[in-house]
Design a protein around this ligand. Structure first.
Ligand code: SF4
Length: 744
């Protein structure tokens, strides 16, 4: 696990000739073989890394693994796991909801189970738990590097990892044994002074940080937490803070190795990992000089005094609108937020540790003790079967049930909109409070008028009892069934279960030792899953006679190229999801979305239908775009769909870098106008040639010949950023074709 790790860090320190932050140590220890140990420019240099692990959730794993199957390997190159957590709709209760999900999505689960079994991937069945909680309990380790196909992969920073959310194409590359590229991050240091106490919880640290940095403040940065307050905090509390670092746009967040991590590793059956980490602990935290003078080593420094930190509620509609609980009454009245709380929801991967549940239950049990009643509906989503089993054994679930709470499945549920909330379709304005991380409009129940506020589980429990957003449990009283005024005692709990963790069936399926005879299960008639065929190689000649599919105007994000929402259920079926190709892009020539001219017939139609007509006629096409084409989520479908339907090139004023790379990986030519004004020369009826491909080489522009419908022609230049290797991707018809060739 740590072979060569201290040596690599020592070499980096010597070569850079300066003390190192924890983040730098982990990054330098994971440089891809051959990548030099030199000083990389923060926020500028692109560097190749070798992650230790890959984790995938069920929704995003489908396309990642369908692509991986194309790589020709018989096993994944690094330890990898799949977790079935996103496809379970919360409605009635854990057992009923789980069975319904299995009935509805069985073909997806069967595919994921069989493909995992075949290729050496650990598979966590539906009901086993939420990806990040399961990873923290089983796989995360101090000083490690992990990528995962989910933005909250960052949760593993709680155990001292650099863990980063990526798209399926990146996961596929790493599983296939390729390097993973990351822009060397800027570093934000957060020094935690003092100590948490009373009603204040780790959640309040990240709610406060979100208020300071806003949803964009962490972009391109890794946040490193340190200080006495960090050391005094539980490991799972650190996980909560790192988890919600995704809400400030941070690449990831992390903490140095300490006693709390050692305790957590031992409690979760990994005393061997704790012993290995202990042996090299000076390499698993920053050098002493860094934390003594942090302003010299971080690009930005924030200090928070935990002893003075108040519990917060963040929202509605954005996780960075931070309001201390003492100011909520004022804020709610000033903004006319509905003050009656309809629902309190706790759990999710963010806040479902034993400590979270035990602190929440210390509030819940006061309902009976003090003669109170729950005023709001109250639900719990345990993060893993291990936590669920243990809190059930310790009587906590019973306490929740006795006060009328509903226990949902160990899955994402309401945190990702998988919540069949009664009456949500009426779209009434209402308030909910939850311990999840995201609270954008429609995120929990699909109702754009639900105002969701984020808080710690113990605070959410208090609010569910009070049913009132203006309630401050630190100072206010409630009226009990005898008409008396009673005050809630402050929460208390256990960092780890005093009787240890326990679980009967964790829901894990180990892969076959030899998967060669295992058959991957995909029904050829399925409309949700489709095995991929390799894309055709370049034919070896210039691309002549391409038709313009669309000249996209203005913003064209990966959402415009491949819409989400209802389309997500087809993310494992390339042909079906391709019916959303570019339906959100605005056609420059008529200002309409999903309405383009078919040059073969002169008729206007939807983009996918028009492109399918070109494909049927064996006519290649080109997409033209504006600035920063392909910004937004890194989803690979935005590059795979045009490739599948026969688009040969995308020519734009500028690209979002990840999308440009995704296009290259899929074998589509990604080009930029050498002269941005040439965008104006593209006409609706143009036929286009791309010349110069036979001598395609790095740094040499290609020539684009535009043949207009009036018979005139002109030639413009297109730049590209292909290196030698990427040119090989293009020639082979895609990066996976090369990997497959190598393994064959
Ligand atoms: S619980 Fe929420 S944040 Fe966590 S993985 Fe599921 S959807 Fe994402």
């Amino acid at each position: 696990m740590y072979a060569g790790f201290p040596e690599r860090i020592t070499a980096a320190r010597k070569s850079l000739n300066k003390p190192l932050t924890l983040t730098e140590k982990i990054l330098y220890a994971h440089l891809w073989q051959g990548q030099p140990t030199s000083a990389y420019e923060r926020g500028k240099s692109y560097v190749d890394f070798a992650p230790d692990r890959v984790a995938m959730q069920d929704a995003t794993a489908q396309m990642a693994l369908l692509q991986f199957m194309q790589a020709g390997r018989d096993k994944v190159a690094v330890p990898s796991t799949v977790h079935c957590d996103h496809l379970i709709m919360a409605k009635d209760n854990a057992a009923t909801d789980l069975q319904r999900a299995i009935n509805e999505s069985n073909e997806v689960f069967n595919f994921l189970s069989s493909v995992s079994n075949k290729y050496g991937i650990g598979f966590w069945r539906p009901g086993a738990g939420i990806i990040h909680q399961v990873v923290l309990e089983n796989y995360a380790f101090p000083g490690g590097m992990m990528i995962g196909t989910d933005s909250h992969t960052v949760n593993a920073g709680g155990l001292g990892m650099v863990a980063i959310g990526v798209g399926g194409a990146d996961a596929c590359d790493v599983m296939a044994g390729l390097p993973w590229e990351l822009k060397f991050p800027k570093l934000i240091g957060v020094k935690l002074n003092g100590k948490l106490s009373g009603w204040t919880a780790p959640k309040d640290v990240i709610l406060k940080v979100a208020g300071i940095l806003t949803v964009k403040g962490g972009t391109g940065c890794i946040v490193e937490y340190f200080g006495e307050g960090a050391e005094a905090m539980s490991c799972t509390g650190k996980g909560t803070i790192c988890n919600m670092g995704a809400e400030i746009g941070a690449t990831t967040s992390t903490f140095g190795y300490d006693e709390s991590m050692s305790r957590y590793l031992k409690a979760t059956g990994r005393a061997d990992v704790a012993a290995m980490a202990d042996a090299i602990k000076e390499h698993l935290t920053a050098d002493a000089e860094v934390y003594a003078n942090p302003e010299k080593y971080f690009d930005q420094l924030i200090e928070i005094n935990l002893s003075e930190l108040e519990p917060h509620l963040n929202g509605p509609f954005t996780p960075d609108l931070a309001t201390p609980v003492s100011k909520m009454k004022e804020a709610a009245l000033a903004n006319n937020w509905p003050t009656r709380i309809e629902y309190g929801l706790i759990g999710s991967c963010t806040n479902s540790s034993y400590e979270d549940i035990s602190r929440a239950v210390s509030i819940a049990k006061q309902v009976k003790e003090k003669g109170l009643k729950l005023k709001s509906e109250f639900t719990i989503n345990p993060g893993s079967e291990q936590v669920r089993y243990t809190v059930e054994r310790d009587g906590y679930l019973d306490t929740f049930s006795q006060i009328g709470a509903t226990i949902f499945a160990n899955a994402c549920g309401p945190c990702i909109g998988m919540w069949d909330r009664v009456g949500a379709e009426r779209q009434e304005r209402n308030t909910i409070v939850h311990s999840f991380n995201r609270n954008f409009a429609k995120r929990a129940d699909g109702n754009p008028n639900t105002l969701a506020f984020v808080a710690s589980p113990e605070l959410v429990t208090a609010f569910a009892i009070a049913g009132d957003l203006t309630f401050n449990p630190l100072t206010d009283t409630l009226i009990n069934d005898k008409g008396e005024k009673v005050k809630l005692d402050e929460p208390s709990g256990y960092e780890l279960p005093p009787k240890g963790f326990d679980v009967k069936d964790p829901g894990y399926q180990a892969p076959a030792a030899d998967g060669s005879q295992v058959k991957v299960i995909v029904d050829p008639k399925s409309n949700r899953l489709q095995l991929l065929d390799p894309f055709a190689a370049w034919e070896g000649i210039d691309l002549k006679g391409l038709k313009l599919l669309i000249k996209a105007k203005g913003k064209c994000t990966t959402d415009h190229i491949s819409m989400a929402g209802p389309w997500l259920k087809f993310r494992g079926h390339l042909d079906n999801i391709s019916n959303n190709l570019l339906i959100g892009a605005v056609n420059f020539f008529n200002d309409k979305t999903d309405n383009v001219k078919n040059q073969l017939t002169g008729e206007y139609g939807t983009v996918p239908k028009t492109q399918r007509a070109y494909k049927a006629a064996n006519v290649g096409t080109i997409v033209v775009g504006d600035e920063n084409y392909g910004e937004g989520s890194s989803r690979e479908h935005a590059a795979m769909e045009p490739r599948h339907l026969g688009v040969r090139a995308v020519l734009v004023k500028s690209f979002a870098r990840i999308h440009e790379t995704n296009l290259k990986k899929q074998g589509i030519l990604g080009l930029t106008f050498a002269n941005k004004e040439d965008y104006d020369k593209i006409q609706e009826d143009d036929t286009i040639d791309i010349n110069g491909l036979i001598s395609f080489s790095p740094g040499v522009p290609l020539q684009i010949a535009l043949h207009h419908s009036d018979g005139s022609s002109e030639v413009i230049l297109a730049n590209h950023s292909y290196n030698e290797q990427q040119i090989e991707w293009f020639k082979a018809g895609g990066a996976l074709n090369i990997i497959r060739r190598e393994f064959a």
